[in-house]
Design a protein around this ligand. Structure first.
Ligand code: MOS
Length: 698
């Protein structure tokens, strides 16, 4: 089902930089050549907590090609006394080498810089660092709730409406279950990499990130620089998923470039990324649902315990999703955190909603089972007309339309609700469903559109294409706004000198940038005189959407989705195979069906991977991870992934100039619950801890 559109928006378009990417012409941050380039290699702590007593630099400085070793005695000073673009203070982890403290295993303690990457690596591996160890504590479990505390993060920690206990007492059926999800990592294929240099009095950084003016602002803050004197570029990005903000590599590169006064590149290794790139906190969640016999919810309670590091508070808001999903007389949701001696967690695709929907949507399925009501019908009966807690109208919702279309295509009507009764040879078969949502917001951005003398148009907007196809989406949006064909439009992104724009994150990039591009294009069309000559420098119009975005009416704004999965379970081996998945989404007007489907299917695959495979295991004795690489951290491989379909219902956002909502994260939300619910349907056994490993199935 495709949104009815005119022009380019809504038509499939291959990536405008696709040929460059597949032929290797597209250069990524770690491979852009610089004259006189030096290479830095980070040295990470081998203890989980303590102090650096000494760094034996002498022997290493005598090694071939070594230029310097930076550590807490000699590194340039930085400050964390500022608030960045996203309105939060920096994680002190990026204030490298400022004191002798070691806050977790894999904490950066030194940077070795040499003429070549190989020399830097050899010297870094030879560097001897002495530590004074202190006892560490990395043990996350539900029992830690006693010492946890409510913490807001980017969502209020606690939201309460109505009388919980009275509602539970009056409920005919109560589901009260606990769910856990493990620590999960979002290593993009392209590692974090940055080259820094001072050029004409300006700091220039070539990087791989989700927002160049975000990173430029953080670097200006850390190094107390005039923001106008910092330029960050990030042309092609091989995946971000929330991990590519300001990180140790950019800061280390800037420090070394400043000390040596020559360009310095720092690339994280895959193993280093498991300490330095952020990750998703493990969660221990409790859901209590109380309902009448007809399925109407009296109570929705969702509490989530998460961890954060000893140095920074990041909250995975897993309990927040329920606030907008279902009507209930009483709504209690709370996120709590416990501080441990671990790396700081961070945003990872659908932060909060991904693990939160596993618990909430599993609990809904358990409630449906106990009530003898179809799981889709249960959701229909609890569909809210306004925000269940906020009372605000929805921008658009259409969750039930997703379920109806999904059920039709998946063949849900033929489903026998009884668990454990279908076989295909040695396999037990089951199907499951779950809902998902993710907030969609527009954020202020600026854009410039130039009518060139040759009849083409140049769009300049500081967007980031982290592999999503943003550059292509903006080409389509600009073409429609200008009423020209896409081949007359070129889009420049990924350079902080292009001016402020929101990051690629929070499912808000494409919408926010498209708004700014449309506004600039509209302005340009108003200023162009038909038939008049364009001067050689072109005619440029600019936009800033701060006012328009600020004037948006207060509404609950979310993308929604209905997820379906069919699984086969081998009761002899415990193996779970997903046989097919279908996701139907209400996610606003779809700009480019080709890349949108990629994005949604990618999220669903990640949900499958979350359900069955992904789990980072921390060794309590060392405080480090077992198998901190893509061999040890198991992700779904091609052979694990069945045919997956993603599609959408017509759902243009009535308040957006292009009708866009945002599809960045909603694809993963609910996918793991759909798989887990299908495993229950196949076997009759509930799995409330992810991943559903063979040993747990047996
Ligand atoms: Mo996304 S986790 O906001 O990059």
């Amino acid at each position: 089902m495709t949104t009815a559109t005119r022009g380019a928006v809504g038509t499939a378009h291959t990536r405008v930089e696709g040929r460059d990417k597949v032929t290797g012409a597209a250069r990524y941050a770690g491979e852009i050549p610089f004259a006189d380039l030096a290479h830095g290699w980070l040295v990470l702590s081998t203890v989980a907590r303590g102090r650096v007593r000494s760094v034996d630099t002498e022997a290493v400085l005598a090694m071939p090609g070594v230029l310097t070793v930076l550590h807490h005695h000699n590194a340039p000073r930085v400050t964390t006394d500022y608030v960045g673009l996203l309105g939060v203070p920096p994680d002190p982890t990026v204030a490298l080498f400022q004191d002798d403290r070691v806050a977790h295993m894999g904490w950066p303690v030194a940077l070795v810089v040499a003429e070549t990457s190989e020399q830097a690596r050899e010297a870094a591996e030879a560097l001897v660092v002495h530590y004074d160890r202190e006892p560490h504590d990395v043990a996350f479990s539900a029992e830690r709730d006693a010492e946890a505390y409510p913490a807001d993060g980017h969502m209020p920690a606690v939201v309460e409406k109505g009388d919980l206990e009275a509602g539970l007492a009056a409920s005919a059926v109560v589901v009260d279950e606990r769910y856990t999800t493990p620590e999960e990592h979002h290593n993009p294929m392209e590692p974090h990499a940055a080259t820094a240099r001072w050029e004409g009095g300006r700091l220039e950084v070539v990087d791989s990130n989700q927002g160049t003016n975000w990173v430029a602002g953080e670097l200006a803050g850390l190094f107390s620089l005039d923001p106008a004197s910092v330029r960050v570029r990030s042309e092609h990005v091989g995946g971000g998923f929330g991990s590519k903000g300001v990180r140790a590599h950019q800061v280390a590169a800037v420090m070394a470039a400043t000390v040596l006064q020559r360009p310095v590149r720092v690339v994280m290794t895959r193993r280093q990324m498991f300490s330095l790139a952020g990750y998703r906190s493990p969660t221990a969640q409790r859901v209590r649902l109380g309902a009448d016999p007809d399925g109407r919810l009296r109570v929705l309670e969702h509490r989530s315990l998460n961890l954060t590091s000893a140095v920074y508070e990041f909250v995975e808001p897993s309990a927040a999703a329920g606030r907008s999903m279902y009507a209930a007389d009483a709504h209690h949701t709370a996120s709590r955190v416990v501080r441990l001696d671990v790396p700081s967690p961070t945003w990872m695709r659908a932060p909060g909603e991904a693990p939160g929907s596993f618990a909430l949507e599993s609990a809904l399925d358990e409630l449906a089972e106990r009530l003898g009501i179809d799981p889709i019908e249960l959701r229909v009966r609890n569909e809210p007309s306004v925000g269940p807690v906020s009372g605000l109208p929805f921008g658009s919702r259409n969750l039930i339309a997703c379920f109806r279309e999904g059920a039709r295509r998946f063949g849900w009507a033929e489903r026998d609700p009884r668990p454990g009764v279908r076989r295909d040879g040695r396999w037990l078969l089951g199907t499951g469903t779950a809902a998902g949502s993710f907030p969609t917001t527009a954020m202020p951005s600026t854009a410039a559109v130039t009518a060139e003398a040759d009849g083409t148009f140049t769009v300049r907007i500081n967007a980031a294409d982290i592999g999503t196809g943003a550059r292509t989406a903006l080409t389509l949006v600009a073409a429609d706004a200008l009423e020209v064909s896409t081949d007359r439009v070129r889009v420049h992104i990924g350079d902080s000198d292009l001016g402020p724009a929101i990051i690629a994150g929070g499912s808000m990039g494409t919408r926010s940038w498209s708004w700014a591009v449309t506004a600039a294009a509209d302005e340009l069309r108003r200023s162009l005189v038909p038939g008049a000559d364009i001067p050689p420098e072109g005619i440029t119009a600019r936009s800033n959407t701060a006012e328009a975005v600020g004037a948006l009416a207060q509404k609950e704004r979310h993308a929604f989705g209905a997820q379906f999965a069919e699984v086969a379970v081998d009761p002899a081996t415990g193996e779970v195979r997903v046989r097919r998945m279908l996701g139907v989404f209400a996610a606003g007007r779809i700009v480019n069906p080709l890349t949108a489907r990629n994005q949604l299917v990618g999220g669903m695959i990640w949900g499958l991977s979350m359900a069955l495979h992904e789990e980072a295991v921390r060794d309590r004795s060392t405080g480090g991870l077992y198998g901190a690489d893509l061999a040890g951290y198991h992700v779904a491989a091609h052979a694990d992934v069945p045919p997956i379909e993603a599609d959408w219902v017509d759902d243009p956002d009535p308040d957006d100039p292009v009708g866009i909502k945002g599809i960045g994260e909603v694809g993963i939300v609910g996918a793991a619950a759909a798989v887990a619910n299908a495993v229950w349907h196949a076997t009759g056994v509930r799995h409330r801890s992810l991943p559903i490993r063979p040993d747990r199935v047996l």
